[in-house]
Structures are given as C-alpha cells and as structure tokens.
Design a protein around this ligand. Structure first.
Ligand code: SAM
Length: 228
C-alpha cells in the first residue's frame, strides 16, 4: 500500500469516527471548549470570505458549484440559500449524512444541493466553480498536487482552494496536540507553500484573482481564487 492510500484511509476513518464527532461540534453552534470555539470562528471567517466573493460577482443563481470535501455543509448550505446549484461531496459518509440533515433543516426537503459520498479524486463532470476548503491540510504535497490537478479538470471557470500555509508551520505544530489530542484522535496536519499551490494552479491554466488569509489563535487558512 502506498503512503497516499494510507493517508486517505486514515482521513476517511477519522472523519467517520472521532473526527466526525469533533468537527460536527466545531462546525455547529453548541457548547465547545476555547480552542474549538477559536477554530469555529476562524473557519466561519473563511466561509464568509468565499460567500462574499461569490455574491459580489452577482451570478450565483446561474452557476453550478462543486463543493469538494463539503464536511457538514458549512459552505454548501449558505451557497444554496444564496441561489446557487451545489453538488456537494465528501469522503466521509457520516459528514455527508449530517450535511444532508442540516440542509433539510435549513432549506427544506427539496433543495438545490445534491449530496454524494465520494473521494474528490473520483469526482467527474464540469462545474462553473469548484471549491475545496480546508481539505488539503490532510494530505502531503504530492497527493495535494494530484488532487488540485483533478479539481482543476472539473472547473470551467474558477477553482477556490484553502490550505494551511507553510509559514505557520511551527505555530500549527505547537497546536497540533490541541487539534487532535491523544493517539486515538490522531491524524496528520500538512502545511503547503503558497508558491507550490500557485505553480500547480498555473500549470493547469489558472491565474490568481483574489486571495485572503484567515488567522486566529488556532486556525490558519490561506484562500486562493484561481480563474481561467
Ligand atoms: N470543506 C468543509 C468545510 O470547510 O466546512 C470541511 C472541512 S473538514 C476540515 C475536511 C473534510 O474533508 C472532511 O469532511 C473530510 O471527510 C473531507 N475529506 C478529506 N479527504 C477527502 C477526500 N480525499 N475527498 C473528499 N473529501 C475529503
């Protein structure tokens, strides 16, 4: 078995077990500890930035969006609320089930989000915009490169990615114990050099349009919008 497969299996198992419980709470509105609250606030800023960018373009109701690694639907649901058609998928069945439940509660039974349980590398089709937030942190550079290349092949006009930038490596390393305390909750966190990500995007025919950075005490996410 290759290392890449190992990473994916570990990540999938994690988000169907302890990771599911942990992140469902962080991406919710119930009681959480201080570290989790900080991550919740940071993550929400990332979501808000992306929604702001897309709403500013004024064409949300005309475009099809692929949300790859959708988690519990934190992005897909507000995008659908804003009028977009969303194809949302995640490698974790538990996350997708929770996302579909939240979508039903917020948007009603028939809504404009199609959910599937799928590894993002097995996604097919064409979308105006492909978005992949806070997923690359789970994969080392060679795997992340393959994933970005695949996502780029699905995107007709735009690809939006977020990742933990390499510059914050040490501070993240220090906090990793708090992100994933105890061996049973362990999964690895990988940081990426912005220059590497931009190079992959350029090699796939994209240029960078907008960028943003979300930093809180325990959450760091660089957001890039790449367009054809
Ligand atoms: N993008 C969501 C958000 O920002 O709210 C969720 C972020 S969460 C930190 C990472 C998510 O990526 C998890 O739901 C996990 O199951 C999913 N994931 C990890 N590897 C994946 C892969 N190879 N294909 C699809 N989803 C993946």
């Amino acid at each position: 078995m290759t290392k890449a497969v190992n990473d994916k299996v570990v990540v999938k198992d994690y988000f169907n077990a302890t990771g599911f419980d942990r992140w469902r709470r962080i991406y919710g509105d119930g009681e959480v500890n201080k570290v989790q609250r900080d991550i919740r606030v940071g993550h929400q800023k990332t979501i808000d930035t992306v929604i702001e960018w897309l709403e500013a373009d004024g064409n949300l109701s005309n475009i099809m969006i692929c949300d790859a690694g959708c988690g519990v639907g934190s992005l897909a649901i507000p995008l659908a609320q804003a009028g977009a058609k969303v194809y949302a998928s995640d490698i974790s069945e538990k996350m997708v089930t929770e996302a579909a439940k939240r979508a039903q509660e917020t948007l009603g039974y028939s809504n404009s989000i199609a959910f599937t349980v799928q590894d993002l590398e097995s996604l097919s089709g064409k979308y105006h915009t492909v978005i992949c937030l806070d997923v690359l942190i789970h994969y080392p550079v060679p795997d992340a490169a393959k994933m970005i290349t695949h996502l780029a092949s699905l995107a007709d006009s735009r690809l939006i990615l977020s990742f933990a930038p390499k510059t914050f490596f040490l501070s993240i390393l220090k906090k990793v114990g708090e992100f994933f305390p105890g061996p049973s909750k362990a999964t690895r966190a990988y940081q990426h050099k912005e220059a590497d990500i931009i190079k992959i995007l350029q090699d796939n025919g994209f240029t960078i349009k907008r960028t943003s950075m979300t930093s809180t005490r325990f959450y760091f996410s660089r957001i890039l919008e790449a367009v054809r």
